[in-house]
Write a protein that binds this ligand. Sequence first.
Ligand SMILES: [Zn+2]
Length: 408
Amino acid sequence: MTPTVNPDRLWQSILDIAAIGPTPDGGSNRMALTPEDTAARRLFQGWCDDLALHREQDAIGNMFFRREGTVPTDGAVAFGSHLDTVPTGGRFDGIFGVMAGLEILRALHDAGHRTRAPLELVNWTNEEGSRFRPAMMGSRVHAGDMTLEAALAIADDAGTTVAEALQASGQAGPLTPSPRGWACWLEAHIEQGPVMEATATDIGIVTGTMHARYFQMVVTGEPSHVGPTTMDRRRDSLAAAAEIVLAVEKIGLTAEPGGRASASWIENYPNARGNVSNITRLHCDVRHDRAADAIAMESALRDAIAAIAARRLLRIDIDPYATFGPIHFDANLCNLLRRKAEARQLTVRDMTAAAGHDSVLLAPLCPSAMLFIPSVGGITHNPLEYSTKEQVARGAQTMLDAVLDLAG
Ligand SMILES: [Zn+2]
């Protein structure tokens, strides 16, 4: 009996998880290590227990469910994603990848098929980074990109640390986070963009990620009274920041279709009615398919900022605090996913991921790849986020076919 995914069961599991932490408009709010996230983890764990999977959990809360192979010493074929959401989360971002992995194991169980290599299904802690920054925290600590101690000390806006949240939720496991000697890693995810729907693509083969560069900026002007201070004497940090926001947007527009640029956060001081502002902090990022083009976008940003500072006679400090990618996923795994999709008469397209994913942290550890399924309307991080039952099933079946090839 050839293992085949059960579309109805997979669909129902996604809906059952989505019902935990529901938002009035049909989405989900399960920020990392909240009672809602914990309840979703427990439901997921119960389903894994039904399959008699061996559970392990590490000290940052990452969950690993292992199905032993006939050759237990082989490196495991690992797959999964994340169950946490942003506060305005949809039902599919992350959840699809974990539930597709569960459905793969259920289908193997139904078929009585024991693979040669072991399989591991993973739920990564705090992929979204909405409650505790940075994003992709669980996979980051697993990969050694951040120490466990540093992650445990990070606090949310209410002052609760990751360590306290892990303790309160009972999600701190005994394992020391570290790479697990996997043969390879696969992640199924929704596209979170409009390209697949527009091109009638069933399966996106994610060959890599964009290159992103992140900046924190501080504009320093001079405080003064909005009445008596004549316009020519002002050193208005907020007005300068407004110019920066528009400059960032223009850089993004100029860099299309491969590039994006966003100013997404601002903090203003004294932020008082009656005062010309004197300190404004901004966050922005630029990203592009090609690293060289992202670097050129940064140059354009620096030129624009230098011009604004010179004209307005104020100071603008730029802290380029992080970069991300470009990651190139494993070509052999990408080819395998492509072949498996085509063998099922599915339409396929190579894609570049524009958002961060756990797979980005895993790619340096072992051969890694991702596949995308379409997002209706390209809507994501939004209660309206949607993929159809058929799209979800096609993605899971393609993954299962690839896992069978890899694990035997
Ligand atoms: Zn995600």
